[in-house]
Design a binder for this molecule. Sequence first.
Ligand code: FAD
Length: 581
Amino acid sequence: MLVLSVAVLLLLKTGLSSIGTVRGCVIMTESEFDVVVIGGGSTGTAVARDCAMRGFRTILLERDDIASATVGTCAGMISSGLKYMEEPEIVDMCSQEVVYFNRIARHIVTKLPILTPMLEMSDLSSGGNFAEEYSKRAATRDVPPVLFLTPEDTREIEPSVHPDIIAAMYFEEFFIDPFRYCLLQALDAKNHGAEVNTYCEVVDIQQEGSGDSYRVNYYNRTTGDMESTTTQAVVNAAGPWAPDVAKNAGAEVEIRPNKGAHVIFDRRIVNVGIITKAVDGRMIYLFPHENTTLLGTTALDSWEDPDTLVASQDEIEYLMKSIEFVVPSIRKARIIRTMEGVRPLVADWKIPEDDVTRGYEVIDHADAGMPGLYSFTGGKLVMARHMAEAVTDRLCQLLGNHAPCRTHEVPLPGNEDDVNIEALAKKYGVPMHTLERMRARRGTEIEAILDLAQENPEWKTNICTCEPVTEAEIRYAIREEFPHTLNDLRRRVRLGTGTCQGTFCTYKAAGILADELGLEGEDYIVDILDFRAERWKGIRPVLRGEQLAQEELAQGVYSCVGNLDQSDVEYDLKPWEEGMQ
Ligand SMILES: Cc1cc2nc3c(=O)[nH]c(=O)nc-3n(C[C@H](O)[C@H](O)[C@H](O)COP(=O)(O)OP(=O)(O)OC[C@H]3O[C@@H](n4cnc5c(N)ncnc54)[C@H](O)[C@@H]3O)c2cc1C
């Protein structure tokens, strides 16, 4: 009702005439595009980029922020396909995609050496034909073939490995920053003319005309307005929410939802990645990740609401017990948080969840009388570009466009050239460590940030000391990368993701965000509380040992000194969500 009255008031004020109503709300604005992409995860941003590059008038609609859902909970491994040895076509696809990632996004790609320690003879045969299959494709990916190491060599590389191991397999895999990857795809889509609208939730899709066009209605959570666009094609890239989005159009999509948890440690507790068998024989991993370490992952059928998922005690203990066999000191390490996501797997039934294909399907709803409507199921971050190419090829066929795909050869922003950290450190007077972390997020963009710092020398200060992140980078991200909240800023610059989990940077960054966006009073406090609540979601399941003391300090800073627990602000809802009630 509130939305309705706000919309009517606005209509009276602006003199606009009503375009129509949906769910009782007046539609405020209308537009027209060739393609509407729903979902701003790895898949949707890749589709928007490809469509825009091929000249389609494209709009991307994301109900939250870019990379705010499943892709933000993943390890970022752009894998050679260790898990999919039974599906050689997927292994080939992934190997080729890794080559493309290193071509278009090498500034946000890292290579990680990995050990698979073996404790008994049966472990030696457990990798199946992995060593052979991996080595066959190694040259393509510019990595050495699999090596077998002695226990001595293994422990020299990684002293925390169990002293009783009998050998280890050594190989290398690539990783990408999932947040930056999605954002860069969205920014590049914009550079090629696409409109990228975050905080816009699609609530209704109506078939129009003779059935070959669609009206997509969406709720703009920032303005509180209902908006509408007409289009010839809709791509549903909503991950675990793909069935819900399809329902909005009266179509059907089925996925096999599969949840996975990660446990995160406060620092890099291993020099290299470790992959080993879990208690049930599945493979799990321990990866140094940015300035932390990731232990993952579980894979469980799950029909829980993906919006409210948290890691269970069973998942945490399953991972800890499993890794303890090869890294016995793991219990002494400090866990700072967990994260949990849902894989929108292809709907294969009556097979164990781990055996479900990690491939993807593009569902063409033309078969159900809805030409131009496509939905994705399955897939992975590493396949996002490939998935986008597949659906955009179909759109080209449908809409008579002959432009070839170029997403595998055109660099993403920041990957234009090499960056000389030493020279920049001398020129701008910023420590090498800070610059190296900035380079890993920014590539060649780093100079624009440093120029900003040069004009305002006080912005060279580190606001987040865990990463570290300077004030100049935060201000640059706010100006160029459309964050609305502190959580969005976290995805842009890794604010609050390190050891202190935002204890010492949240209030400082909130001041900068408020300054740049002109936020005041309540909005500012709501955002801090929202950011703390989001951190708390991951911290709560592992609140034990030394982490308890850290959390008490954080509570002290925000509840006692900051007096935020005394605030009478309703922080369950964002200001724009009030209208949704
Ligand atoms: C624990 C875990 C670890 C993983 N590790 C890896 C890995 O190392 N490597 C790898 O390649 N893959 C990995 N994956 C798989 C990978 O993360 C996913 O397959 C992939 O990220 C899915 O991306 P997506 O864009 O399809 O979905 P999402 O990232 O979920 O994006 C869908 C988007 O749609 C939006 N949306 C939903 N409804 C609407 C609506 N009505 N209107 C507008 N927007 C809407 C959501 O807000 C969301 O942002 C992992 C997955 C999990 C769970």
